[in-house]
Write a protein that binds this ligand. Structure first.
Ligand code: ADP
Length: 599
């Protein structure tokens, strides 16, 4: 058993007190009893010594040894007492138990000395004559005022000692039983006291583990009941408070985690207090492992670290544009503000990272587009302006030159016109998303035939054979004029970038989960490095050649936007020197065939 447990705190002192009490009471009782008994015995012996005194109050008789001894033996036997008569000289003249002639002089015995002094003498000692402890009481025998001898009565008190030893043994046994009882009682009491304490300890442990539903039984002593009530009340309040805190934390977590913007909070020592999932992803961190670490350990972006340090140093709100390299290059608009405590004291910084990569890309595209458009428009305008000035400077008077220059001006004007028309078409398609362009279930063959017919003159001029293979039963929800324009652009390019007498092939096929239209040629083909950018506005492999062929650089861009508006995608495969194959894919979910069984 643990020596610090309650039973060890209660039992030993309890036992000690009981043993001390038993010892003290026993000592007092035994001594009082012994005292009383000895006094009683002394009084009885005195009475007996006095009783025999008249037998010897004649000075002549007391010196008669025979007479005295016989009287002593008779009376001593009758009273079961040892009787002794002693002369003032200490000479023993009679004794009930012994031969007086053999007894030594008794003048120095303390009880005899007392009696010779005229008082009653009492003494207890071991008798070497009788070999046991005796009590002696001696009284003077007087005739008038003359002391003629001493009468002494004695009895052994060995029996008395024996009786007291028995009493002692019983008392010790009683004390032992009492100590045992005390042990059981103290065990019982300490259990009664400690049981509710143990229950409270267990309840406190449950509260520590966060189990506030645990309740203590309200019973036992009044103090215990009140303590149990107080602990139950405390648990209920803690439960309430913890629920509120957890609720608030969850709400905050939900808000933070649902934010697209990255949020990062750090204290004034640059230790990360919290960051949301978005911030962790943007910075390539593990959220749980990052919280509690120092910024310098966790974040690898120097400009961001400088930005946060600057907020903490200046204690002011700041914003900046920062580039972070993680999963590609991302541009962020970073807004840093101060974290303040309840009393308005400065706690740290809160940084919100807003990914503006797409915005900045769009901005770049817009800037490039404006530059490209300006450039594309400026080229024919410069040319027109140049020839107009040449005409004004006199060339107008030369009919041949005038005719040639006006021809160039007319071609440049056509070029301007086609650029503007293409731009208008592009912006129209860009604005129309999938839902807003009108679609009608149209047989695909009709659209493809029309496109081929439109390109027929150009093909004939270059003696290029155009072959179309399409299942007549395929119908698709289409915006027929736009889709036709996309196919025209592809066929037009195929003719433009092919040599004379080559072949262009158009196919339309329904595959497992999509409809694929391809336009293949045997032309110059396109280097691999250009393929990914081919569908960008104004992108051309060979600018001069494109312009010479009357291209605007917008044809494929228009194709792409039309196909996107139909929910499909466009791509190209090409081998330089051998030819190109452009394909348009429309997902099956958008297809309807006139005869699904045959298609
Ligand atoms: P363009 O008006 O210059 O033809 P497009 O947007 O239609 O503009 O095409 C972009 C560029 O793609 C062209 O300049 C050309 O270099 C290349 N291209 C398009 N179609 C083909 C093709 N069938 N064969 C080879 N190159 C092509």
């Amino acid at each position: 058993m643990n020596r610090k447990s309650l039973i060890w705190q209660i039992f030993p002192p309890y036992l000690l007190v009981i043993l001390l009490a038993i010892t003290a009471v026993t000592w007092v009782i035994v001594h009082s009893m012994k005292d009383f008994y000895l006094r009683q015995t002394a009084m009885e012996l005195e009475a007996r010594a006095i009783l025999v005194r008249p037998e010897f109050n004649d000075p002549a008789k007391i010196v008669d040894a025979l007479y005295v001894d016989s009287i002593c033996k008779t009376l001593g036997k009758a009273s079961a007492t040892r009787l002794t008569i002693i002369l003032p000289s200490g000479l023993v003249t009679g004794d009930s138990d012994e031969d007086p002639s053999k007894m030594e002089n008794h003048a120095h015995r303390p009880e005899i000395q007392e009696a010779l002094a005229g008082r009653t003498g009492v003494a207890t000692r071991y008798s070497h004559t009788l070999f046991e402890t005796m009590m002696y009481v001696a009284v003077p025998i007087k005739v008038g005022d003359n002391l003629i001898g001493v009468s002494r009565a004695a009895i052994p008190i060995t029996a008395l000692d024996k009786a007291f030893r028995t009493i002692y043994a019983r008392i010790i046994l009683g004390a032992f039983i009492t100590a045992l009882l005390a042990a059981f009682i103290s065990l019982f009491i300490s259990r009664r006291i400690s049981r509710p304490l143990i229950r409270m300890k267990e309840a406190a442990a449950s509260f520590t583990r966060g189990d506030f539903a645990h309740r203590l039984p309200v019973d036992g002593a009044d103090e215990v009941k009140r303590l149990a009530l107080a602990m139950n009340e405390m648990a209920a309040q803690l439960d309430d408070k913890v629920r509120t805190i957890v609720g608030q934390r969850n709400e905050l977590e939900a808000v933070l985690s649902s934010m697209v913007e990255g949020v990062l909070a750090c204290d004034s020592t640059e230790r990360i207090i919290n960051l949301n999932e978005a911030a962790a992803q943007l910075l390539g961190l593990n959220r749980d492992q990052t919280i509690g670490r120092y910024l310098q350990e966790a974040v690898r972006n120097a400009p961001l670290l400088r930005f946060i340090s600057s907020i903490l140093k200046s204690e002011s709100t700041q914003e900046e544009q920062i580039t972070i390299q993680h999963n590609g290059t991302h541009v962020f608009h970073v807004y840093g503000t101060l974290l303040k405590g309840e009393a308005g004291q400065f706690l740290g910084a809160l940084v919100v990272l807003h990914d503006i990569t797409r915005l900045s890309q769009l901005e770049t595209v817009r800037r490039d587009f404006v530059a490209n458009v300006s450039h594309e428009l400026r080229t024919p305008i410069t040319s027109i302006k140049g020839f107009v000035e040449t005409l004004r400077d006199g060339a107008i008077h030369d009919p041949d030159d005038a005719e040639r220059f006006l021809g160039i001006i007319a071609r440049q004007t056509d070029r301007l016109n086609s650029i503007i028309e293409d731009l208008l078409m592009l912006s129209e398609i860009e604005q129309a998303d999938r839902g807003t362009i009108g679609m009608e279930l149209t047989p695909l063959i009709d659209v493809l035939n029309n496109a081929v017919a439109t390109c027929e003159p150009k093909a004939r001029a270059k003696e290029i054979g155009v072959k179309l293979t399409c299942d007549e039963k395929i119908s698709i929800p289409l915006n027929a004029p736009l889709f036709e324009q996309a196919i025209i652009n592809l066929i037009d390019n195929a003719i433009k970038y092919s040599d004379t007498k080559s072949a262009v092939e158009i196919t339309a096929q329904k595959q497992a989960d999509q409809m694929v239209v391809t336009v293949s040629d045997q032309g110059c083909g396109i280097e691999k490095m250009h393929l990914s950018r081919l569908f960008e506005r104004f992108y051309r492999v060979d600018r001069a050649r494109s312009r010479e062929l009357g291209g605007t650089g917008l044809g494929l861009s228009i194709v792409r936007h039309i196909v996107l508006a139909h929910g499909g995608d466009v791509g190209v495969e090409s081998t330089p020197g051998k030819g190109s194959r452009f394909f348009i894919r429309i997902p099956a979910s958008r297809l309807i065939t006139n005869n699904p069984v045959d298609s």
